[in-house]
Design a protein around this ligand. Structure first.
Ligand code: PLP
Length: 429
């Protein structure tokens, strides 16, 4: 990870920036809140909701419709937001489609392929047509959001759904991937970072395999965009998806990156207002991307709030955040691994973000979560929307701690101290 070369944030800097997140000074169950569930959703700095409020106070109007000045101002802000966030991920503004979240972005791609397979989009959409004999490939490590859209797409088109297995330690079997990618592969969808294990995928290796056979690549960048510098062009993927609420932004906003030449000819998924050049009672012609994928009244205030979030991240510095979280992740893994009866899941010695999934022998993860909650610590328990991965690891559920730029080493220490109390608390030695 190039990010490791940057100087990490310092405790003084993190202590200072925590003041921007009022929720972090809350108490929970009589203890100072320790929020270690940023993998599920991040906390938002005040500037994010200030930006949203300012939009409603001074600029609220429907975009890309009205001719009045307020609508023009709102449209300008909406498109400036697109330009800022596109730049943040290394794309151009016509390559960023706003969606509600990563889940919708992934479904958008799948439904577009589905519509192309029905003949929609004409000859230009031919490359997106799927049918029997074609293969859609994903991996066993995926979040359900990057699994179910492909299973459904296969069911709708008659294509075959296949997946790259994970090894016993939960890492992607890259050798198996090399065998599974072949001339029939049309789509290869994989995650950038596992939401359960925090392990970073070797994207270059998988992209090279897909490119070798002319398959489209889809990168689920939901867990990477918040924590490391994402450059979609350098990664050379065809599509990438992310969610704003995991990167200091509000809920209800996410994005789909797609290469301009692909987005312009893919058939739309949702249809309706604001995405056409012409409508007759017989049919319609659609605007170019990204507008052709944004039917209906857009998510306006959310894009403006997300812009405040990415400006904040830029100001702190993604490379420094990545280095800080790399340290916290190491501290998490080292600390938890030393507790008798606690097993940290996933491979060791590979790049990972500040995420650790762990199993406390003899104690159900929900009991672990409840015990930690009773002492003010918020973590995630369950299957984390990755049931196939858990099945492979031989567990129905795990406990997961995940950090962000505002997390402190002292909080990780406290988590480790409290996890060490769990087995004795439940009468296990
Ligand atoms: N992909 C990964 C790796 C995730 O961690 C998540 C959410 O946890 C998603 C996709 C789906 O994100 P959302 O629920 O915001 O659509």
């Amino acid at each position: 990870m190039a990010e490791e070369l940057a100087a990490p944030l310092t405790i003084e800097e993190v202590t200072r920036l925590r003041a921007d997140f009022p929720i972090l000074s809350r108490e929970m169950n009589g203890q100072p809140l320790i929020y270690l569930d940023s993998g599920a959703t991040s906390q938002t700095p005040q500037c994010v909701w200030d930006a949203e409020q300012q939009f409603y106070e001074s600029f609220n109007a429907a975009v890309h419709r009205g001719a009045h000045s307020l609508a023009v101002e709102a449209t300008d802000l909406y498109e400036e937001a697109r330009a800022t966030v596109a730049r943040f991920i290394g794309a151009s503004e016509r390559e960023l489609v706003w969606t509600s979240n990563a889940t919708e972005a992934l479904n958008l791609i799948a439904y577009s392929f589905s519509n192309a397979s029905l003949g929609r989009g004409g000859d230009a959409a031919m490359p997106f047509r799927l049918g029997p004999g074609d293969e859609i490939l994903t991996t066993e490590i995926e979040h359900h959001a990057n699994l179910l859209p492909w299973q459904e797409l296969a069911a709708r088109t008659g294509a075959t759904f296949r997946y790259v297995p994970v090894l016993a330690d939960g890492s992607i079997d890259y050798d198996a991937a090399a065998h599974l990618v072949g001339p029939r592969t049309k789509i290869f969808a994989f995650t950038h970072v596992s939401n359960v294990l925090g392990v970073v995928t070797d994207v270059a290796r998988l992209v090279a395999l897909a490119k070798g056979v002319g398959a489209f690549t889809v990168l689920d960048a939901c867990q990477s965009t918040p924590h490391m510098k994402l450059d979609v062009k350098a990664l050379d993927v065809d599509f990438a998806t992310f969610s704003g609420h995991k990167m200091l932004g509000p809920t209800g906003i996410g994005g789909l990156y797609g290469r301009a030449e692909l987005l312009d000819v893919m058939p739309p998924f949702l249809v309706g207002g604001s995405m056409i050049t012409k409508v007759t009672m017989e049919g319609a012609e659609y605007l170019p991307a990204p507008t052709r994928f944004e039917a209906g009244t857009q998510r306006i205030s959310q894009t403006i709030a997300l812009t405040a979030a990415v400006n904040y991240l830029d100001e702190v510095g993604l490379d420094r955040i990545a280095a800080w979280e790399h340290q916290l992740g190491q501290q998490l893994v080292d600390g938890l691994s030393q507790i008798p009866g606690v097993r940290v899941l996933g491979p060791t010695g590979v790049p990972r973000i500040g995420v650790a999934a762990f199993d406390v022998e003899g104690v159900h993860p929900h009991d672990v979560g409840q015990y930690l909650d009773s002492v003010g610590i918020a973590i995630r328990v369950g299957h984390h929307c990755a049931q196939p991965l858990h099945r492979k690891l031989g567990l129905a559920a795990t406990s997961r701690a995940s950090t962000y730029l505002y997390s402190l080493p002292s909080e990780v220490d406290e988590l480790v101290r409290r996890v060490a109390e769990v087995r004795p608390f439940f009468g296990l030695s």
